[in-house]
Each structure stands twice: as C-alpha cells, then as structure tokens.
Design a protein around this ligand. Structure first.
Ligand SMILES: Nc1ncnc2c1ncn2[C@@H]1O[C@H](COP(=O)(O)OP(=O)(O)OP(=O)(O)O)[C@@H](O)[C@H]1O
Length: 229
C-alpha cells in the first residue's frame, strides 16, 4: 500500500528522514518511535503533503506528490487539529468532502460517527478540545477514503472516548479500510494492528507484522528496571 525507498526529507539543516525503506501492507499499521524521530514527516511525505528530498514513495501504486487520484483516496487527521476558527464544522467538513469527491450526506455521516452532528452549524471557535479532536477525526473519515492516516488519535481524549474511537477504527478496518496510525498510546491498538514500523533518528529501526515485533516494541517502551541493591 505504501512503498518507500531510500526516502529522505530535509528541512534546511534538519534531516527528518534519512533513508527510510519500508513496505507497508494493507490493514492497520502502527507507526511508533521517540519524539522527533520522523514519524509525522514520514506520514506527510507518504500522503503527498511534502515532496521527498531524495528517494521515492508510492501510495496505492502512485506518487502521492504528483497524483491527485492517490490523494482522493486518503483521509488524514493531524495532531493537533487546526481549523479556520470562524467557519462552521459543516463548512469545514464539506470543503474536505468536496476535495475528496464526496457529498454533503457524507458530512452528516462522518459527523454522526464521532457524535458532533449537533455542533455542525456552530463556529469552530466555540468547540471544546474534545470536539476539536472529534472534528479532526471526522475530517479523516469523511467520504470513506480507502486509506486513513491518524496522527495521535487518542491524544487528549477522555477515557470513554478512547474505547469509542478504537471501536470505530476496528469496525472500519473490518470493512476493508486501511489505517496508518501514529500513536504514543499504542496498547489499545495492539490486538488490531497488522503491521508495525518504528522510526527513530529518521530511519526505520524496526518493521514487521505486529504480532512478530510486539515483544520488541514492549521492551522498547518498558521503563528500565529499578536496581534494588
Ligand atoms: N516543517 C518542518 N520544518 C522544520 N523542521 C521540521 C518540520 N517538520 C518536522 N521537523 C523536524 O524534523 C524532525 C522530525 O520531526 P517529526 O515531527 O517527523 O517527528 P515525530 O517522530 O513525529 O515526533 P513527535 O512524536 O514529537 O510528533 C524533528 O527534529 C522536527 O523538529
């Protein structure tokens, strides 16, 4: 689904990606790693928001930087979500939907999925932080794109919402959608993740079927044992 070869992305002197080679299959992929490791940059290059400095990336067999069709098949939620605050939720979601070839009824559907249908005609500046998160998730799901990129979908959400969001993702994955999820809170996804990629220092540190790399991932995130002697 995503094929990156020797992918580099520099921002002036900052080398955010330094030779990422990985093949991400269909299904649900968790992208993990330390802060500043290059996860979000990888996501942004893979969805066609950034042009690679060097190397190549294919999304659904196409160059996402050049191919509008590839981008139409992709939904994305950034973290933190940023929106034009004087627009309404409906105006924003309709704008996203039109870009994706989807209709107004898709907006109602996506808003309903995340429980913000009653707030759709209010200006975004009046939304609570929880509603902003739900709006950014609805933006990713509107029009039912084939591939959904989510950057930290569980950050800053309350406990009940974690289970609700994971359940929605699980259902949509069962319905044939693919997900690329960057999340520091990865445990809720461990039973539904098909693949995992750990990016650190702009390189792939570890990649493979999640069931096979889970042990290593757990060890990476385990705090060091205390020395009692
Ligand atoms: N647009 C940009 N301009 C300049 N530097 C950037 C830009 N985007 C990312 N960086 C830098 O590139 C490096 C990788 O950042 P990136 O956001 O990809 O990491 P990350 O793994 O997603 O981190 P986090 O978990 O903190 O979000 C960091 O040093 C970051 O400051």
């Amino acid at each position: 689904m995503i094929k990156a070869e020797n992918l580099h992305k520099y921002f002036g002197p900052i080398k955010a990606l330094q030779g990422v080679t990985v093949e991400v299959p269909e299904g649900l992929t968790l992208v993990l790693g330390p802060n500043g490791g290059g996860k979000s940059t990888f996501m942004k290059v893979a969805l066609g928001l950034y042009k690679p400095t060097k190397g190549s990336v294919r999304l659904l067999g196409k160059d996402p930087w050049k191919s509008p069709e590839a981008r139409k098949s992709v939904g994305v939620a950034f973290d933190p979500g940023r929106f034009p605050k004087l627009t309404t939720g409906r105006e924003w979601l309709e704008f996203i939907a039109r870009g994706r070839g989807a209709g107004d009824e898709d907006v109602e559907k996506a808003a309903g999925l995340f429980g913000i249908e009653d707030a759709l005609d209010r200006r975004i500046e009046g939304y609570s932080s929880g509603m902003l998160k739900r709006l950014s998730l609805a933006q990713a799901f509107v029009g039912e794109p084939e591939v959904i990129f989510l950057d930290e979908p569980l950050a800053n959400v309350d406990f009940e919402s974690v289970a609700e969001i994971v359940e929605i993702i699980k259902k949509w994955k069962a319905g044939g959608r693919s997900f690329i999820i960057i999340s520091h809170i990865w445990e809720p996804f461990e039973n539904i993740a098909d693949f995992g990629v750990v990016i650190s220092g702009g390189k792939v540190y570890l990649a493979g079927p999640f069931a096979e790399i889970k042990g290593e991932v757990e060890a990476m995130f385990r705090p060091p044992a205390l020395d009692n002697e």
